[in-house]
Ligand binder design. Structure first.
Ligand code: CUA
Length: 225
């Protein structure tokens, strides 16, 4: 999870988030190179005393500085498209979780099993235990197995919500009347925190998401209880 003074991305807990971080760093590197080059050129212009009275056109240089940025942009566009299609890939999920956004809480359904469904509310600050995280912990956590492909179906009952877990690279809007699908694969155990990321109303900031990533046998034990 994110703690104070963490300005970057959270540590990834899934292969897709790892790829997203790689892409972020790659794009940032290109951005820094362009900024440094353009900044250097603009700075050097202040000290330029050369004047060419007969300069009217320079087709070669204009050709170069039009095509070169286009080629540089391709180096961002192709990895971006690769990631986009990779995020959409559903790899035979072993568990499906349905999450429904309400004003203002999430409710979950494990449709693979015998009607397991529950609501998940944020724990208010005055009821929080000493080791709890303010505005992030919930009364009923989602429990899911690690090292297996999980499908998430997101929808909403009233207004638009967004089911977002930064460490897993998941952000899907829950829209009334629609069913959105995504998937992820958790490669380590732990607690993964998220928040609703669609401005859904007055208590928008009070509908967090908590996933408990556990080994498969723990999950089976939990689901059979
Ligand atoms: Cu639900 Cu913001």
């Amino acid at each position: 999870m994110s703690t104070w003074a963490n300005l970057g991305l959270q540590d990834s807990a899934s292969p897709l988030m790892e790829q997203l971080i790689f892409f972020h760093d790659h794009a940032l590197l290109i951005l820094v190179m362009i900024t440094v080059l353009v900044g250097y050129l603009m700075f050097m212009l202040f000290f330029n005393n050369y004047v060419n009275r007969f300069l009217l056109h320079g087709q070669l240089i204009e050709m170069i500085w039009t095509i070169l940025p286009a080629i540089i942009l391709l180096f961002i566009a192709f990895p971006s498209l690769r990631l986009l299609y990779l995020l959409d890939e559903i790899n035979e999920p072993s568990v499906t979780l349905k999450s429904i956004g309400h004003q203002w809480y999430w409710s979950y359904e494990y449709s693979d099993f015998n009607d397991i469904e529950f609501d998940s509310y944020m724990i208010p600050t005055n009821e929080l235990s000493t080791d709890g995280f303010r505005l992030l912990d919930v009364d009923n956590r989602i429990v899911l197995p690690m090292n297996s492909q999980i499908r998430i179906l997101v929808t909403a009952a009233d207004v638009i919500h967004s089911w977002t877990i930064p460490a897993l690279g998941v952000k899907v809007d829950g829209t009334p009347g629609r069913l959105n699908q995504t998937n992820f694969f958790m490669n380590r155990p732990g607690l993964f925190y998220g928040q609703c990321s669609e401005i859904c109303g007055a208590n928008h900031s009070f509908m967090p998401i908590v996933i408990e990533s556990v080994p498969t046998n723990y999950f089976i034990k939990w689901i059979s209880n």
